[in-house]
Design a protein around this ligand. Structure first.
Ligand code: GDP
Length: 369
């Protein structure tokens, strides 16, 4: 295999020797055109997580490289999984370069949404996370919402510099980059890949008409997102394809809700109150008494409590319980990375337990909506 061949999907250098390493392509697949690495092939075709990912160290190395350049960093996050798609340590590694935070998928928010409030919320949460950004822009790469503002923000902050685009997997980075390319150049969305000298990592450099580059970086895979743990079929159910319809449940203490077999929500202690669930409309909810919940799950997981199917469930980490205490005095959300979030509609406090596949990130935050 010639040394110059690179994957047209992710830009990594291709190799046929080590199946467990980046850039692997089976020898018999070399005739394919365009040629992509097995990992991209799988992601495209099965959404199978192949186990070969850009690990955290390599990702940090790549980010540090950005620190030695003069560039604008565009960090794309997913509004539907805000905590889960933030990159920890980003400002430390990109040096003095300004960061524009592009918050994608706002089409998934309910129809009636106060976007100013969302921008303020994002600013505050980003700041608490230690992420200093020059601007927050909301958009939907898919529905073409807010894109003018993304372009305006980039023009304002780039000062003739290259643009590095960073993000976790599945935040919509490719969709957004394709839009950028269409706006900044005449190239018909065909990615010109070339390796960036001086790193062992592979970046896709896309030349713009003004002589600068948009540089696409590999997406970092965060296994703490439920969306990384499920099959392609279940991903379709988990990821809303249009605005979520908030679902409100009046619950007494000692009641439980299941969302398929993916997640279980126990209201353990607190005044009777309502909870609003922002999860995919396609995911069915099932209410029961807390005392019956263990038995119900054992008997009906993957069958009545579905998706996923029993077979798919067996490939996922076991449900694990995370106790959550909601403090008094303010409105809070409990976010479940990759699933969505629950708004607690009372400021009287509550004791909850969230059961999710082991490793999925559960966080309490001030409520977004
Ligand atoms: P990447 O892994 O970050 O490059 O993400 P992709 O661009 O491949 O998008 C990941 C998934 O999110 C795909 O299923 C897209 O259709 C979807 N997606 C991307 N942008 C949006 C958006 O603005 N809204 C919605 N609802 N989905 C989006």
């Amino acid at each position: 295999i010639s040394e110059t061949k690179a994957c047209t999907g992710c830009g990594v250098k291709l190799q046929t020797e080590h199946a467990e390493k980046l850039g692997y392509v089976p020898a018999q697949a070399l005739d394919r055109s365009p040629i992509i690495c097995q990992r991209c092939f799988r992601m495209k075709n099965y959404n199978e997580s192949s186990g070969i990912t850009l690990d955290h160290n390599d990702f940090i190395k790549l980010l540090s490289h950005i620190g030695y350049t003069k560039s604008l960093v565009v960090n794309i996050v997913d509004i539907f999984d805000f905590e889960g798609s933030l990159i920890s340590g980003l400002p430390r590694f990109v040096g003095d370069n300004p960061i524009v935070l592009v918050v994608n998928k706002i089409d998934l928010l309910p129809k009636v949404t106060n976007y100013n409030r969302i921008v303020n919320w994002v600013r505050k949460e980003a700041k608490e996370f230690g992420l200093k950004v020059v601007e927050v822009v909301l958009c939907s790469a898919k529905q073409n919402m807010g894109f003018d503002r993304v372009l305006a923000a980039l023009d304002e902050h780039r000062g003739g510099r290259d643009i590095y685009v960073v993000g976790a997997t599945n935040v919509g980075k490719s969709t957004l980059i394709n839009r950028l390319i269409r706006d900044y150049s005449d190239i018909e969305a065909e990615l010109t890949t070339s390796q960036y000298p001086g790193t062992t990592l592979d970046l896709v450099k896309i030349p713009m008409d003004d002589g600068t580059f948009i540089i696409d970086t590999p997406g970092i895979v965060y296994p703490h997102r439920l969306t990384e743990l499920v099959s392609k079929q279940d991903l379709v159910t988990l990821m809303p394809d249009k605005g979520v319809k908030p679902r409100v449940f009046q619950l007494n203490a000692q009641q439980t809700l299941f969302f398929g077999s993916f997640a279980r929500f126990d209201f353990i202690q607190g005044e009777r109150q309502s909870f609003t669930f922002y999860v995919s409309n396609a995911l069915p909810a099932h209410r029961t008494k807390l005392e019956n919940a263990d038995h119900l799950y054992a008997e009906h997981k993957g069958v009545m409590l579905t998706p996923p199917t029993l077979e798919a469930l067996e490939l996922m980490p076991k449900l694990t319980k995370y106790p959550v205490r909601i403090p008094k005095g303010k409105m809070y959300d409990v976010s479940i990375s990759g699933l969505g979030w629950v708004k607690v509609n009372s400021d009287s406090g509550a004791d909850l337990a969230i059961h999710v596949p082991k490793g999925v990130k559960v966080a309490v935050r001030e409520s977004m909506i």
